[in-house]
Write a protein that binds this ligand. Structure first.
Ligand code: UDX
Length: 446
């Protein structure tokens, strides 16, 4: 098949590359000429395991092309995927300008039947707006052209995106023209839909809402556990034992019940807020979603509160070693990362940060620039030198079994604040550390 994918961000790059890998001819279109130029040289702007190699192979095979030439891309393909960003507006609503710009471009250029697949996470009703925008552009040109708009939300996780795309647990298709669209989508997804049928066909609005509902329920599980962790901490219980105790009930399950220093990333915070906004516009009071969001805001402050509490509010001139900047392992993404809230609070109180992250330091440097209260270190060990304490923010594998003797020898105080519950509290205490984790029995008054 011939496919154009608009937007070469996370979803677009993964979608385009995976479709090319199974033999389709894919044009990835982006308005950012610099990004396109560097992709044309095989340079992938994001860290996603396996993606760069796949991009290079498929470019070499001539199946994957990067271009700024939207007109050409529209003409060449029957399938047009929209995979541009929907960043939050100030009021929390999703900003649709990029989605609708693509729709306008498609309407300006199309001369024959097209299937427009919306893969961006968009509020309910966006497919209608996309359709109207395309139709308006066609009307302006005086061209009569048939087209279908399909909602096909993407559920991939950063760090596991290729696996998620190629072995999906569901392929949600929202359409108002199933007789025509289902055979096309079945053919498009056939390579990823081999053992049992994962296509779930529904109306467009349900598909649009499915994506938000999925992210919102996952965020709810996390905030719920973070709230139970607060209780556990105060009553002298261990949330990690509780996690095992409840996760073993298949109705609850072990996924997404890890307490921590709050969820981040490009999806959960933005999508929960956008869903709250949509509901508010309809006069619905989203009590659960509001709480999910509020608990997470508070949880992103928890490491700072523990640090501030330990040092009795005396943070001026203190130096904290920070392990992990990315919002989760296996990505260089620091959007809405808990590390940022923590660093910003520490800086506000006059503390210095010595940070290490395997992938996210270039992005951190780009965002914060050169500043005297942030030192980005080449190794986890270098970050410890003369620091008052160690803080773990992201659960990268290389932080799981560190040399504790080295840590103790190089920190000014043997204190660890662990936002991801990586270590056994008793073992660390036996080694002479003061160890603060999340919900593991140490009573703290905030
Ligand atoms: C998420 C959804 O999982 C994915 O289906 C959707 O398409 C996009 O949003 P992603 O943002 O890549 O994916 O990351 P995910 O692995 O879901 O983690 C999100 C955040 O939740 C991270 O900050 C992570 O640290 C946190 N988290 C996750 C927890 O705090 N506890 C958990 O148990 C699980």
């Amino acid at each position: 098949m011939r496919i154009s994918v608009f937007g070469s961000g996370y979803v677009g790059l993964v979608t385009g590359t995976c479709f090319a890998e199974v033999g389709n001819h894919v044009w990835c279109v982006d308005v950012d000429a610099q990004k396109v130029a560097s992709l044309q040289q095989g340079k992938v702007p994001i860290h996603e395991p396996g993606l760069a190699a796949l991009v290079t192979t498929n470019m070499a095979m001539g199946r994957l092309q990067f271009t700024t030439d939207a007109a050409q891309a529209v003409k060449q393909s029957e399938i047009q995927c929209i995979a541009v960003g929907t960043p939050p507006d100030e009021d929390g609503s999703a900003d649709l300008q990029y989605v609708l710009q693509v729709a306008h471009t498609i309407g300006q250029q199309m001369t024959d039947y097209k299937v427009i697949i919306d893969k961006s996470t968009v509020p309910v009703g966006t497919a209608d707006k996309v359709r109207e925008t395309i139709q308006a552009a066609l009307n302006t040109r005086g061209v009569g052209c048939d087209f279908d708009v399909v909602s096909n939300p993407e559920f991939l996780k950063e760090g596991a995106a290729l696996e998620d795309f190629t072995r999906p647990d569901r392929i949600v298709i929202g359409t108002d023209n199933p007789d025509k669209i289902i055979p096309i989508m079945r053919e498009l997804y056939a390579p990823f839909n081999r053992n049992h049928n994962k296509l779930i066909v529904m109306d467009i609005r349900s598909a649009e809402l499915t994506k938000y509902a999925a992210n919102a329920i996952l965020a709810t599980k996390i905030s719920f556990m973070n709230e139970i962790a607060l209780i556990a901490e105060q009553v002298g219980a261990d949330i990690e034992q509780i996690r095992l105790g409840i996760g073993s009930d298949p109705r609850i399950g072990f996924h997404f019940i890890y307490p921590g220093c709050g969820y981040g990333g490009s999806c959960f915070p933005k999508d929960v807020q956008a869903l709250i906004y949509t509901a508010q516009q309809l006069g619905i009071n989203t009590r659960i979603l509001n709480a999910v969001e509020a608990v997470n805001q508070q949880q992103q402050q928890i490491l700072f509160q523990k640090i501030n509490n330990h040092f009795q509010g005396q943070l001026q001139g203190r130096c904290l070693a920070l392990w992990g900047l990315a919002f989760k392992p296996d990505t260089d993404d620091i959007r809405e990362a808990p590390s940022r809230k923590l660093m910003e609070a520490l800086w506000k109180h006059g503390a210095l940060v010595q940070a290490y992250d395997p992938e996210a330091m270039p992005e951190t440097r780009r965002l914060y620039g050169e500043r005297t209260d942030l030192l980005l270190c080449d190794t986890p060990e270098a970050a410890l030198q003369n620091a008052d304490a160690l803080v773990i923010v992201t659960e990268w594998k290389l932080f799981r079994s560190p040399n504790f003797d080295f840590i103790k020898a190089h920190l000014k105080h043997p204190v660890i604040f662990d936002g991801r519950n990586l270590y056994d509290p008793q073992r660390l205490r036996n080694r002479g550390f003061t160890y603060y984790a999340i919900g593991r029995g140490e009573k703290i008054s905030y």
